[in-house]
Design a protein around this ligand. Structure first.
Ligand code: CP
Ligand code: NVA
Length: 290
């Protein structure tokens, strides 16, 4: 029984196999019924468009039953402990996936659950996003080892998961953030304050929102001012390799962290990336509970 909380649970060979499987599932989405007769709880304590739909449809495509739970409808919101929630859900479902704020809550669920627990985004990590991002690189380049992926912006959950899973996949991850918004050192990731230096000759450039859902909304204006020089736009992409393209986990704010031209233009794989959430997560579900 294995959990997927940060992505560091996977070995390089497991990750490579998962990404290959994701590509097979993309080509034949109805080909696996590995979750027939099984159920997966999908708990949302924060808003979601892509994660919600890609997990719910993905579980159904695998023949399973997704049980979507909003936390305000659960006793968790009235003080029932993560421990008791984990113990009870484990009697009914075959995996528990959760989107929330505190990483500690997911760790507590994992400690007491007797079924796999999957992190669908916390303040600290967004590992299922990174799986889809790596699948998108893999399907474009035919390999991952030796690629350079540059993330520009806040040193947040998405940046951290790219650093962790990128290293496992053999991708060089560079992260350019303003002072005060840097990621802590993560093994293998190159951190800088200079977005132009980080973009140079990269194979893909990556943006995320400047204000995350677990950030204090009172700091939003301050964050936007600090992150203004870190916009992913045509000028920055010019510094990258000629074949490079833009990535963004979405939701996007065109004109803020990414230019509208890049978001809807030819030199992006952002909408493929959003689709790949479903395929990569199905491969993960096969690995954990198949
Ligand atoms: N990228 C992502 O996780 O999107 P949602 O917040 O819409 O799920
Ligand atoms: N960093 C963003 C990612 C959204 C998918 C957030 O946590 O809100």
């Amino acid at each position: 029984m294995r959990h997927f909380l940060t992505g560091s649970e996977l070995t390089s060979s497991e990750l490579a196999a998962l990404l290959e499987r994701a590509t097979e599932l993309k080509e034949a989405p109805e080909s696996s019924q590995v979750l027939a007769g099984k159920s997966v709880a999908l708990i949302f304590e924060r808003p979601s468009t892509r994660t919600r739909v890609s997990f719910e449809v993905g579980v159904a495509e695998l023949g399973g039953h997704p049980v979507v739970l909003r936390s305000d409808e659960m006793q968790l919101s009235r003080g029932e402990s993560p421990r008791d929630t984990a113990l009870v859900l484990s009697r009914h479902v075959d995996a528990i996936a959760i989107r929330t704020g505190p990483d500690e809550l997911v760790e507590q669920l994992a400690q007491y659950a007797t079924v796999p627990v999957i992190n669908m985004l916390t303040a600290g990590h967004h590992p299922t996003q990174a799986l889809a991002d790596l699948q998108t690189l893999n399907e474009n380049f035919g390999h991952l080892n030796g690629l350079t992926l540059t993330y520009v912006g806040d040193g947040n959950n998405v940046a951290r998961s790219l650093a962790i899973l990128g290293r496992t996949a053999g991708v060089s991850v560079r992260i350019a953030s303003p002072e005060g918004y840097e990621l802590e050192p993560v093994a293998g990731a190159q951190l800088t304050n200079d977005p132009r230096e980080a973009a140079r000759d990269a194979d893909a450039l990556y943006a995320d929102v400047w204000v995350s859902m677990n950030d204090d909304p009172h700091t939003a204006e301050q964050r936007r001012r600090a992150l203004e020089p870190y916009r992913l736009d045509e000028q920055l992409l010019e510094l990258a390799a000629p074949h490079a393209f833009a990535l963004h986990c979405l939701p996007a704010h065109p004109g803020e962290e990414i230019s509208e031209g890049l978001l809807y233009g030819e030199r992006q794989r952002i909408w493929d990336q959003a689709e790949n959430r479903r395929h990569a997560q199905k491969a993960l579900l096969e690995l954990l509970i198949g």
